[in-house]
Design a protein around this ligand. Structure first.
Ligand code: NAD
Ligand code: MG
Length: 286
């Protein structure tokens, strides 16, 4: 991929929308070619409206999977665009708006996905929230910590609990971690801690669910150009976003999705469980 020109300073309210981003992210709309690696699989992708989730939805659909996506009500335009792309690939798209920090909704979303798709084989725990703050721990406030931890950890566990009533032997769970689990930034201390915890949960679940024939892995992205960034980082820091990795640029959502396809595919990753696959532009994930 060509080197990234600098991102212009820009700001959105969380969760942010794709249409307001400059430049528009690349979700693989023009580039992703499927080869039937997920034929007939039924996947739930939380936060599948935009960013890494949208790129994953496109790739999964082009690999032959039907896709349900979770998202917040305010993201309806992004969700409809992802659904359009899934349907354009000839697959079923199921839209599941709602707030995953609501325990009842989070516990029930897998049932809704299974109802909409006729079953569930793959869960991608991709929804996440962060907010950049001052570098001092003094700048943490309880309401923000609650939002980060409920979204990234409680909701992930609730959604997973709900999904386990549906996932068969051969089922797959993929959690979305982060480079922040390995190289935590001071201004993301609460978020980074949830991503380290997600790595641990991935190991725990792989151990528990292996005997049921369910593989559990995580992907750890580095800096990726998604709505999360203009919605949660200071506008003036966006021009340098991603320039501190060995490859010298931010990644695009389209560059993360193939890692999720690999982990979801039984043809490719049948003996891969309990691991974290870094897609970081060169930063270490060990
Ligand atoms: P994104 O904003 O496109 O996706 C995050 C999604 O999370 C949103 O679209 C939203 O639908 C969902 N979400 C957030 N709070 C929710 C709630 N309360 N209820 C329901 N849904 C909710 O951004 P993204 O960067 O594609 O993020 C996807 C995942 O990737 C997140 O877990 C994020 O932490 C992780 N990640 C992103 C980066 C990056 O640089 N963009 C790096 C490492 C990890
Ligand atoms: Mg979104």
């Amino acid at each position: 991929m060509a080197p990234q020109e600098q991102f212009p300073p820009q700001q959105q309210e969380p969760p942010g929308l794709t249409g307001a981003m400059d430049p528009t992210p690349d979700h693989g709309e023009q580039s992703y070619r499927g080869t039937g690696r997920l034929a007939g699989r039924r996947a739930l992708i939380t936060g599948g409206d935009s960013g890494i989730g949208r790129a994953t939805a496109i790739a999964f659909a082009r690999e032959g999977a039907d896709v349900a996506i979770g998202y917040l009500d305010v993201e309806q335009p992004d969700a409809e665009e992802t659904a359009r792309l899934v349907r354009e690939a000839g697959r079923t798209a199921c839209l599941l708006p709602g707030d995953l920090t609501d325990e009842a909704f989070a516990r029930g979303i897998a049932q809704q996905a299974a109802d909409g798709l006729g079953g569930l084989d793959v869960l991608v725990n991709n929804a996440g929230y962060q907010m950049a703050r001052g570098t001092s721990i003094d700048t943490l406030d309880s309401a923000e910590m609650d939002r980060v931890i409920r979204t990234n950890l409680y909701a992930l566990l609730w959604v997973t609990q709900g999904a386990l009533a549906h996932l068969p032997s051969g089922g797959v769970i993929i959690n979305v971690s982060s480079i922040q689990a390995y190289e935590p930034s001071g201004k993301l201390v609460d978020y980074a801690s949830t991503k380290a915890a997600i790595n641990n949960i991935t190991v725990n679940l792989a151990a528990e669910l292996g005997p049921r024939g369910i593989r559990v892995n995580a992907v750890a992205p580095g800096p990726i150009w998604t709505p999360l960034q203009p919605a949660t980082q200071e506008a003036e820091h966006l021009p340098e976003f991603g320039t501190n990795v060995p490859l010298g640029r931010a990644g695009q959502p389209a560059e993360v999705a193939p890692a999720l396809v690999f982990l979801a595919s039984d043809g490719d990753a049948s003996y891969v469980s309990g691991t974290v696959l870094g897609v970081t532009g060169g930063r270490p994930v060990f």
